[in-house]
Design a protein around this ligand. Sequence first.
Ligand code: HEM
Ligand SMILES: *[C@@H]1O[C@H](CO)[C@@H](O)[C@H](O)[C@H]1NC(C)=O
Ligand SMILES: *[C@@H]1O[C@H](CO)[C@@H](O)[C@H](O)[C@H]1NC(C)=O
Ligand SMILES: *[C@@H]1O[C@H](CO)[C@@H](O)[C@H](O)[C@H]1NC(C)=O
Length: 394
Amino acid sequence: MKTLSYFHYVWCFTSFVVAYPGMGDTMEHVRRSAKAARADSKQLIGDLKTLKDAQLTAIGKDIKAIILDQKTAISTVIDAGAPAGTPDSAACKADLCCVWKWISYDMTARFNGTSGRCTKFARGAVRLGFHDAAVWSNTTSYGGADGSILLTDEISRADNSGLATIADQMKQWYTKYNKYGVSMADLIQMGANIATVVCPLGPRIRSFVGRKDNAKAGPTGLLPGVNDSADKLIKLFQAKTIDPHDLVALVGAHTTSQQHFVDTARDGDPQDSTPGVWDVAFYGETVSTTPPRVFKFASDLALSKDSRAKSEWQAFIGGQAHWNEDYAKAYTRLSLLGVNNINDLKECTKVLPPPRTSFVNQDQKILDLWLQGQYDQLNSMVDDAIMLTGLTST
Ligand code: HEM
Ligand SMILES: *[C@@H]1O[C@H](CO)[C@@H](O)[C@H](O)[C@H]1NC(C)=O
Ligand SMILES: *[C@@H]1O[C@H](CO)[C@@H](O)[C@H](O)[C@H]1NC(C)=O
Ligand SMILES: *[C@@H]1O[C@H](CO)[C@@H](O)[C@H](O)[C@H]1NC(C)=O
């Protein structure tokens, strides 16, 4: 919402300048600097690069508008009804999204913790979606959101340390649902979107299906390193058509995360003081003092200070609606890298659970003690988003 109104504001402002006599250069300057300052991704990808508007399906048009920042990627369309039948029934087979409704139930049960925060499976699913899709660049002829991370030995690469648990779970879902025509590539991306909305405050991102699987492992060297410089990270993502502002929005996924392999002595330490909650605390806390258990990634610190990223980083502090809009748009682009049949995709957003637009931890007092570095015994319970009863929050 905020992105759109900001866009609208810039548009009004430039119109105003146009009406001002003799100010053509200023208008050009304003327009150019607004564009440079935003540094948002605008390139077309996949088959959208070559298809003419007249050839686009309704979905193709919508996806094009989303990645050109002309349409929101957040949806409120919800199917509140029961599935048409069990996955084996003729009624269910006749409805493309029916099997996805069952998948959504299975995933939601795994992703939602008893505290109402999202679990390690949800966090893993978001990162898995990223690591399948981002193995692509504008110079590779294959890779991307093609399921290869789990259909090949890609998952055993060092880049993917920490993803073993969600990988096992996702493979079980694949075994259960592949017979109904579900691709691994779609299962992984739907998993990321369901996980995002199950995390409290997370956006409900429009979800498309119809990606093709690839049994060939993706190219190496295309995932970011935690010690990479901001310049290296920005260039790596630019070659994926993801510009600095979109990168800043995407790394906000660390709002929910808990590291295990960057520093094994600090296994389970979160990247902000509210793990399992899709809030904007991560942005503010990366640039300020935090409780000792909060573990900041060198890559996030570097990005937060880089001139190409800093203004957007600052804008997200306290900007939940702005961030949700931008994350949803950037993730939609990411989830379609390497996909060359975008125009033929179908939409099953309606199976996603409803968003939770407000959330208060009921067990913050215990979490606060844990964040101070006490009670290591709680690590796996925090990881599983279990409600830590004992002290009330008020
Ligand atoms: C600058 C780019 C990035 C770097 C260097 C980076 C690095 C990392 C590292 C080192 C971990 C910890 C893994 C572990 O020790 O278990 C992690 C976790 C995570 N990352 Fe990133 N990441 C980046 C971008 C992203 C993006 C774009 C997303 C999603 C859109 C994402 C989502 C996550 C999530 C959800 C986790 C938590 C996984 C868990 O809790 O098990 N990251 N990331
Ligand atoms: C997740 O769990 C919380 C707390 O039990 C509940 O309020 C919420 O509705 C659940 N979310 C979904 C999508 O089922
Ligand atoms: C990143 O740098 C830290 C500190 O120098 C080091 O301990 C760690 O092993 C490095 N991690 C990687 C993946 O290079
Ligand atoms: C790939 O992206 C980079 C970064 O935006 C750009 O410099 C380069 O020209 C692009 N290459 C191709 C082949 O499009």
